[in-house]
Design a protein around this ligand. Structure first.
Ligand code: ATP
Ligand code: MG
Length: 161
């Protein structure tokens, strides 16, 4: 990782235009809740990839007129990133496999999104390289929430949840 001092809020602002375009096409209501600034020590390019992959999934696996919410909040020694959607959801039995490389819940339902099944494996790898944690809550046909906890500095890497 290339650790650097970054403002996470401006990092997110930079990648929003592309996501907004995708959301508009599906008339998805995209809400973003970010602090004005949020300084952390992390690898900027890798973190961008985390946001892009999770937001792409949230938009792809949510039907037209759904909602996607991204919230970043500051805790004492860590930050919390929450990405939730009102999409198709992930069945219980698939939730433990979702971070495996090439795993996709079912080819039929994700056929038209044409992914490779690598997005979440990459996300998990990057989060863990930063000594962070990722978990999800999902209900079939209701929606999915991914919650990431990241230390604000690599030395603050204990007791995240
Ligand atoms: P890509 O490599 O292009 O991202 P992908 O989206 O299929 O392909 P992942 O991002 O790793 O791969 O996601 C794995 C699978 O998890 C998806 O195929 C989909 O079935 C399921 N999934 C991921 N995110 C969501 C979500 N927000 N809602 C519902 N299902 C999801
Ligand atoms: Mg994906």
């Amino acid at each position: 990782l290339e650790y650097q001092n970054i403002d996470l809020s401006s990092l997110v602002e930079e990648l929003l235009p592309v996501i907004k375009q995708q959301a508009v096409k599906k008339q998805i209501d995209l809400s973003i809740k970010l602090p004005d600034t949020l300084e952390i020590v992390a690898d900027a390019d890798r973190l961008k990839q985390v946001f892009i992959n999770l937001l792409n999934n949230a938009v792809n696996y949510t039907s037209d007129n759904g909602k996607v919410l991204l919230k970043v909040s500051e805790k004492l020694n860590h930050i919390e990133i929450t990405i939730s959607d009102t999409g198709i959801g992930i069945p219980d039995e698939a939730q433990s496999r979702i971070f495996e490389r090439f795993y996709r819940v079912d080819r039929a339902r994700s056929r038209n999104t044409g992914g490779t099944g690598l997005g979440l494996a990459i996300v998990k790898h990057i989060v863990e390289a930063h000594h962070g944690e990722i978990r999800l809550e999902s209900q079939l046909e209701k929606g999915t929430t991914f919650i990431i906890s990241l230390p604000r500095k690599p030395e603050y890497s204990k007791g995240l949840f």
